[in-house]
Design a protein around this ligand. Structure first.
Ligand SMILES: [Zn+2]
Length: 233
């Protein structure tokens, strides 16, 4: 089945027609400063509105788990750990981009003659029967889609398979929406590292719409937007 996906490859995404040169700069910065991101304990969100999933660390004693006291029936206080979910982190994308077994990196249909592997996956998700990875080409600055199929649950399984050798796990899924990653954390982290090839600061103020919204067309030609939220711990 995985081979079938790779034959279909990356296709242009019509839902995001404008060229996003700023995101190309951010992706390049993350790759160039890969070792700095790896040494950071805190997950740094990647700026995106494409991931229908958020994540947790697998180890319950990781510092991102909040130590809380819960009361049990016999009035003894028991200490337990509550996970703190986070949106798609740069550290996870760096792993997926540089793992040969992953579909999160691919050849652009327009640019592969000049440069191989210029598409970087920036989120995944789906709806009822369509699902896949949303990618960005750092050469032509366009958005692409890698079809996985089977809807959001299949995409979740695909993602979990890709994460099997990491300490990160999928936590929630959002049906008809995304777990947005804000622009500021990665921007200011790269700036703090002394990285200078960044977008203009005005870019931080431009909000992007979710790439995972659903609407239903009505008989009279109009449309009704629909947002459902599903949680699967
Ligand atoms: Zn391209």
């Amino acid at each position: 089945m995985r081979k079938l996906f790779s034959i279909m490859g990356w296709r242009i995404s019509e839902s995001h027609p404008h060229l996003d040169k700023e995101l190309s700069l951010i992706i390049k910065g993350c790759c160039i400063r890969k070792s700095d991101f790896k040494s950071s304990n805190a997950p740094i969100p990647f700026p995106q509105s494409s991931s229908c999933f958020n994540f947790i660390f697998q180890e319950p004693k990781h510092n991102l788990y909040t130590r809380i006291k819960i009361k049990i029936k016999d009035h003894f206080n028991k200490t337990t750990y509550q996970p703190t979910p986070f949106p798609l982190p740069v550290q996870l994308l760096l792993f997926l981009w540089h793992n040969n077994d992953s579909e999160w990196r691919g050849d652009c249909p327009e640019c592969s003659k000049h440069r191989k592997g210029s598409i970087f996956g920036i989120g995944s998700g789906g709806l009822l029967s369509v699902g896949g990875i949303i990618g960005h080409c750092v050469f032509c600055h366009k958005r692409y889609f890698y079809f996985i199929g089977g809807g959001i649950v299949t995409v979740r399984e695909h993602l979990e398979y890709s994460l099997r050798d990491t300490n990160i796990r999928v936590y929630n899924l959002k049906f008809g929406g995304c777990f947005r990653g804000e622009k500021e954390p990665v921007y200011y982290y790269l700036k703090k590292l002394g990285y200078t090839e960044l977008p203009h600061e005005k870019w931080l103020g431009i909000k992007t719409s979710s790439a995972a919204e659903m609407s239903i067309k009505t008989k009279d030609g109009g449309s009704v937007s629909l947002t459902l939220q599903g949680t699967q711990p």
